[in-house]
Design a protein around this ligand. Structure first.
Ligand code: AMP
Length: 444
């Protein structure tokens, strides 16, 4: 009986796995450019961690968590996001006890939400993100926003829109919450069941509702910006000015509240504009959290975080950019046309790999014709052929799989010659193949 993948999950392999690797490597490299270091935390955490951080009024906690009792009767949850686990780890390991605050961390890993699967929405997905913890300083907020922006640009995206808002300080938020309650009081009965619940536990969440009729009602609601204290307004303006000074324009979005309860102060989202693109929602987002570390048992340090959905980023990158890299494949395909040659090739492949050449070889005897087909299907750069003739003369024949050019060389010279031929292959690939595909794209 065939067993299907679990609904909302997906396998990533071959070409797509290479594309994911490229995106993930880019994100890591950008985080390292900003001097962040990696943190890896468990996929499973105690359920109360998310109740206390993400918050019981959020959709994530109230509807979307994978929660179960383990064999010891403890309530365990598969992480629906990464910030809570990272902060838990900062507290558990006292990472805050360093003379070098702010603490700058980045992460990458799978998250789980029991959502209705649709384009860009999975039940298991991956997040790449950063958290910074230290004393409040608006330059840190703008740095985190800029870091996420640079990841998207470095993946080849143009037209990245940064939406920004401020949830203000406690006073701003309390006043705003009261105003929302007043506004929705005589409307909530006509709204969806979720909004009825949100009205009771956290009316700010109503602004996030995606039901078309409710969106109409939300349009007339009071605006957060009218309730910000002068300090909260100044903080938002400082962050916007900081970003402007490095060429990042932002747009203010009064309805941006984000789906997690721990945010205070600035919140933001990244969107990519394209008329033909199916709307998959925000590619990433984040915000400032003044109290989360303290609430999780740590010291009174503020934080700011940003997280990008790797699946959504992969989707827009594959839709909107030309791949800049050649397809992944071995440097050398070592061809054996007899049992004896294959035996010799086993040792030669080992030498090639020890010298850093990615090598593929055949273990079953096949004709050269079919071996060339295999080499080409696997994007091999060089084919190395040792036939009877080469054996007697102690030579190798190397074929450049792009140009078809053949070179014969003495076996003892293989290392230098192969590395020259490989360089030549790469240069030709960049100048001919990628240049052509760019021209074709521009011509379209
Ligand atoms: P959040 O933790 O809700 O702020 O989400 C951060 C980012 O993770 C979003 O902008 C999405 O790119 C991504 N994301 C959230 N939920 C999903 C999901 N169910 N499937 C795929 N990506 C998601």
């Amino acid at each position: 009986m065939e067993i299907n993948p679990v609904k909302g999950t997906h396998d990533i392999y071959l070409k797509e796995a290479n594309e994911y690797q490229l995106i993930e490597n880019t994100a890591r490299a950008v985080a390292e450019l900003f001097s962040y270091s990696e943190i890896r935390t468990p996929i499973i955490e105690h359920t109360p961690l998310f109740l206390r951080s993400v918050g019981e009024s959020s959709d994530i906690v109230s509807k979307e968590m994978y929660t179960f009792d383990d064999k010891g009767g403890r309530s365990i949850t598969l992480r629906p996001e990464m910030t809570a686990g990272v902060l838990r780890s900062v507290v558990s390991n006292k990472l805050y006890a360093t003379p070098d605050l702010p603490l700058k961390l980045y992460y990458l890993g799978p998250c789980f939400r029991y959502e209705r699967p649709q384009a860009g929405r999975y039940r298991q997905f991956h997040q790449f993100g950063v958290e910074v913890l230290g004393n409040p300083n608006y330059h840190l907020d703008s740095e985190v926003i800029a870091l996420g922006h640079r990841i998207l640009i470095s993946c080849g995206l143009t037209n990245v829109e940064v939406k920004i808002n401020s949830l203000g300080d406690e006073t701003s938020r309390n006043n705003y919450r009261e105003a929302l309650k007043k506004y929705f009081a005589d409307k909530v009965d006509k709204m969806c069941e979720d909004c009825k619940r949100r009205y009771e536990v956290n009316p700010l969440r109503i602004l996030d509702c995606k039901v078309p009729e409710d969106i109409e009602i939300v349009k007339g609601a009071p605006k957060m910006s009218d309730f910000l204290t002068p300090e909260a307004k100044a903080n938002l303006n400082d962050i916007i000015a900081d970003l402007k000074s490095i060429g990042i324009e932002v747009s203010l979005d009064d309805n941006l509240v984000r789906g997690l309860d721990y945010y205070t102060g600035v919140v933001f989202e990244y969107h990519v504009k394209d008329e033909n693109l199916v709307d998959v929602g925000a590619i990433g987002g984040g915000g400032h959290y003044a109290n989360l570390l303290k609430e999780l048992g740590g010291p009174d340090l503020e934080g700011v975080g940003m997280s990008i959905g790797v699946e959504r980023l992969h989707y827009v990158v594959s839709q909107l950019t030309t791949p800049e890299l050649m397809p992944k494949g071995p440097d050398v395909y070592l061809m054996g046309t007899s049992e004896y040659i294959i035996e010799q090739n086993v040792a030669f492949a080992d030498m090639l790999r020890s010298s850093g050449f990615a090598t593929m070889m055949n273990y079953e005897v096949k004709s050269l014709k079919s071996l060339f087909k295999i080499a080409s299907r696997n994007n091999a750069k060089l084919a190395v052929i040792i036939g009877e003739d080469e054996l007697t003369k102690n030579t190798l024949t190397v074929k450049n799989m792009l140009t078809g050019e053949q070179t014969s060389l003495k076996k003892e010279n293989w290392e230098n010659v192969l590395s020259d031929l490989l360089k030549e292959y790469v240069e030709t690939y960049y100048s001919k193949v990628l240049a052509i595909s760019k021209e074709e794209k521009e011509g379209n």
